[in-house]
Design a protein around this ligand. Structure first.
Ligand SMILES: Cc1cc2nc3c(=O)[nH]c(=O)nc-3n(C[C@H](O)[C@H](O)[C@H](O)COP(=O)(O)OP(=O)(O)OC[C@H]3O[C@@H](n4cnc5c(N)ncnc54)[C@H](O)[C@@H]3O)c2cc1C
Length: 436
């Protein structure tokens, strides 16, 4: 270990996926000094849509319009599910706070209400989600009302085919049409990439030329949809410029990962976390975590580009994700937690990891593996007690949930981050930290 030992923080967040970002933002809002360690997790692959809870029970694939009614049902049927352990008032506050931070960082969302919105996907299916970026919101309204609508795509853009979306929805949405246009200055290019188009549309000249190509195609359309390429950092302004020039609501349809909304979401979260005063170590990895003799002060051992380093903190939040994030790893002996080797709730044997039917609607037991926590979100040790008083866990590393099938990825991250930060602040405030 070559680096210096860093001054003590109230909270060290390990992980910079959705759960780590939410934890860092909420900790800063509580006035806690916070450091965040880890790279971007799965955010880059996300659509920008913030799912709260879309499906329950997963075995029945039952979809809900109201995520709050779904949460109530989840609480009755599966009280051990981490989302069912956060009360609904806290979940509302958590989402409002998270979305407000994203808005201030340049990625505004449509007002959050009581219901999930139905949003078009790039393959013509419909995704139900709770938090919808402003740039996508008019699509949900157009879909709900089956408004006469024009979908545009660009020759050479592989990530999105407006014709495919229209074909998939033709029987349900007769007023949906499509048109393909040539992206300005791409006449000699065979392949286009959405991030390049998004960057190019930040230029007023490219925007004006694109709008001029779309205008004559409008016909009876009362809304126009595009692949999600309407700007990068300045997406709200680009989107507004398209609406003003075309004179109808304009919306984006998220494309396949890695998508432009994922890039925007990551950039906005990084801006929001930086603006909140959190110290960030995005290129570092926590190699080890050691507690003092009283089990209260943690020293995190970091590997980063500059070599090694140490961070000292009074609380540590594990937001290290499941297998993708590498919070959990699996080998022949079973599933292990990567940093502290904490006990992991998992099937008794490897044979029980998966069901025989790969597409079984109930999902696979391995996708519910994770850390067990007590009532105050401390991971349990082998004796079933809190492993350390200052150690907490949030997000997809938690056991008893299958966020992918329940459509609750962001909800799980944001809600548990809120609950854990409340707990951390409560614990530390007793010891004189932070401020309200
Ligand atoms: C393809 C895809 C599409 C998605 N689409 C949506 C969507 O439309 N809507 C939605 O709501 N959600 C979506 N999600 C889910 C969402 O983005 C998150 O993946 C999910 O909420 C889990 O987040 P997490 O923070 O718990 O874990 P992860 O995102 O896995 O993050 C874990 C973090 O921990 C870090 N880490 C692990 N070990 C260490 C260590 N030792 N030291 C330092 N850092 C460490 C990793 O680097 C990473 O930053 C999608 C996910 C994927 C993969």
């Amino acid at each position: 270990m070559s680096g210096p030992e860093r001054a003590g923080y109230d909270v060290a967040v390990i992980g910079a996926g959705m759960a780590g970002m939410a934890t860092a933002l909420f900790a800063a809002a509580q006035g806690l000094s916070c450091i965040q360690i880890g790279n971007a997790g799965s955010i880059l692959f996300a659509t920008g849509l913030l799912d709260l809870l879309g499906v329950h029970p997963v075995a029945e694939a039952r979809r809900w319009r109201s995520p709050y009614q779904a949460l109530a049902a989840l609480g009755r049927d599966q009280p051990e599910h981490p989302l069912a352990r956060v009360d609904q008032t806290a979940i509302r506050q958590a989402f409002e706070t998270f979305v407000a931070a994203l808005g201030s960082a340049g990625m505004p969302y449509a007002p959050l209400g009581e219901l999930n919105s139905e949003v078009l996907t790039s393959i013509g299916t419909v995704k139900s989600s709770y938090g919808v970026p402003v740039t996508m919101a008019a699509g949900a309204a157009a879909l709900a009302a089956r408004t006469p609508c024009l979908l545009i795509d660009f020759r050479g853009l592989r990530e999105f085919s407006a014709a495919q979306v229209v074909a998939a929805l033709a029987d349900r949405w007769p007023g949906l049409r499509h048109a393909r246009i040539e992206f300005p200055n791409s006449e000699n290019t065979t392949e286009l990439y959405d991030a390049h188009l998004a960057g190019a549309l930040e230029s007023a000249g490219t925007r004006a030329r694109t709008i001029n190509l779309v205008k004559p195609l409008l016909g009876a359309a009362q809304a126009v949809g595009f692949p999600a390429v309407l700007g990068l950092a300045r997406a709200p302004q680009v989107h507004a410029a398209f609406e003003a020039a075309l004179g109808v609501p304009v919306f984006e349809i998220p494309t396949i990962p890695t998508s432009v909304p994922g890039l925007r979401l990551l950039a906005a979260l990084e801006r929001a976390v930086a603006a909140s005063g959190v110290e960030r170590r995005y290129w570092a990895r926590v190699r080890g975590l050691i507690y003092d003799a009283a089990g209260k002060i943690a020293t995190l051992e970091l590997d980063d580009l500059a070599g090694g380093d140490r961070v000292v903190a009074r609380s540590v939040v594990l937001a290290t994700g499941r297998f993708n994030g590498r919070g959990l790893t699996a080998d022949r002996r079973g599933v292990r937690e990567s940093i502290l080797d904490l006990p992991v709730s998992q099937p008794d044997s490897r044979d029980a990891w998966h069901q025989r039917d790969f597409l079984a609607p109930a999902g696979h037991p391995i996708n519910r593996a994770g850390l067990m926590v007590d009532d105050t979100w401390h991971p349990l040790d082998a004796s079933g007690k809190a492993a350390w008083p200052g150690l907490f866990a949030v997000g997809s590393i938690l056991a008893h949930q299958d966020w992918m099938r329940s459509k609750c990825g962001s909800g799980l991250a944001i809600a548990t981050a809120w609950a854990v930060v409340e707990q951390v602040a409560h614990q530390l405030r007793g010891a004189g930290a932070g401020r309200r």
